[in-house]
Design a protein around this ligand. Structure first.
Ligand SMILES: [Zn+2]
Ligand SMILES: [Zn+2]
Length: 327
């Protein structure tokens, strides 16, 4: 029998998509088994049109974890159809503002989407202070939402963030998903972490903000996908010189200071030379390129095949295979 959708059905679907930012959830027979990675933010603090700040969503059939939640990333995740009702936690790499500013929006959006347990905010020492402050900041908002929609729709307890302070090593091992935290180099921040997620024989490493270190090389060896912080040093140095020449010494100083704590495109060549990686993909782009010409300029020295990511890009790793699909 041919399936038809009525005009009101189509309008309803369009409205639904406009409001929740996604198509209706797929039936259980179409659930993807593997690791699905969505880029919900690919920019650094330097603003870039069409790009939110650092955010990577990693999904399995049973889990959704977000690694960092920079400005604009909660909207990008929702518009990309990320299933927020499955969200278990946000893994924070460190507490620079471009990694934490959308935690409140992720909490609200997943609470409304029927997340069944409080959202865990997971990170190195200091995460309890971030969470305590956010719970106070959003206390009035939570009260308004519950008063308006009712405690049956929005269980008040599920709107309160929970913190979890972690050290290096395996921090999650549940339902086939293993998450490993490892130290990275992003001075003067101590400690700053990256994360490796393993599920169904597939793996993704997410560097957070870091130089290329021996530890990253070691933990990336054999990984299917490595998402790494990347800075086009030649562009940042050029911008520094132009700022200095124009008399803007404040901006020139900032552009100078950021040059020693992000991986340069040349450093990333070492990573692919020393570690066997299925796909190197770059995010937290400094500066984030706006068009093809800017991508070509960013590219200087990058290893062959490195992927410069964009917001909304999805990388799928089907369980127990070698396949890597980029959409
Ligand atoms: Zn940082
Ligand atoms: Zn950053």
């Amino acid at each position: 029998m041919t399936k038809t959708i009525s005009r009101t059905g189509i309008i309803g679907l369009i409205l639904y998509s406009a409001i929740v930012g996604a198509q209706p959830a797929p039936s259980s027979t179409t659930i993807f088994d593997g690791l699905k990675i969505t880029l919900c933010g690919t920019s650094s603090p330097l603003p870039a049109p069409g790009r939110a700040q650092a955010c990577v969503a990693v999904e399995t059939p049973d889990h959704l974890y977000i690694v960092d939640a920079g400005s604009g990333s909660a909207a990008t995740a929702q518009l990309s159809g990320t299933p927020l009702e499955k969200m278990r936690g946000i893994l924070l790499t460190h507490y620079h503002s471009d990694h934490i500013s959308d935690i409140g929006d992720f909490n609200l959006n997943s609470w409304v989407a029927s997340r069944p347990a409080p959202l865990q905010i997971i990170g190195p020492e200091g995460v309890d202070r971030i969470v305590e402050g956010l719970n106070i900041t959003y206390e009035l908002d939570r009260g308004y939402r519950v008063a308006h929609h009712g405690a049956e729709l929005l269980n008040p307890e599920l709107g309160i963030l929970q913190s979890r302070t972690i050290g290096e090593g395996v921090i999650v091992d549940e339902d086939g998903l293993r998450i490993t935290a490892f130290k990275v180099s992003h001075p003067p921040i101590e400690p700053a972490f990256g994360y490796r997620l393993d599920y169904g024989g597939r793996s993704v490493v997410i560097s957070g903000d870091s130089l290329v270190t021996d530890k990253i090389v070691e933990i990336s060896d054999g990984a299917d996908v490595v998402l790494h912080d990347a800075m086009a040093l030649q562009l940042v140095q050029g911008a520094e010189a132009m700022s200095r020449g124009a008399g803007n010494t404040r901006l020139a100083t900032v552009l100078h200071d950021i040059q020693d704590y992000h991986a340069t495109t040349a450093d990333l060549a070492r990573l692919t030379a020393e570690a066997a990686i299925g796909q190197l993909a770059l995010y937290h782009l400094v500066p984030a390129p706006r068009n093809a010409m800017a991508i070509a300029a960013f590219n200087g020295g990058l290893p062959d095949g490195a992927l410069i990511t964009e917001d909304g890009m999805m990388i799928s790793l089907p369980a127990n295979s070698k396949e890597i699909t980029v959409d």
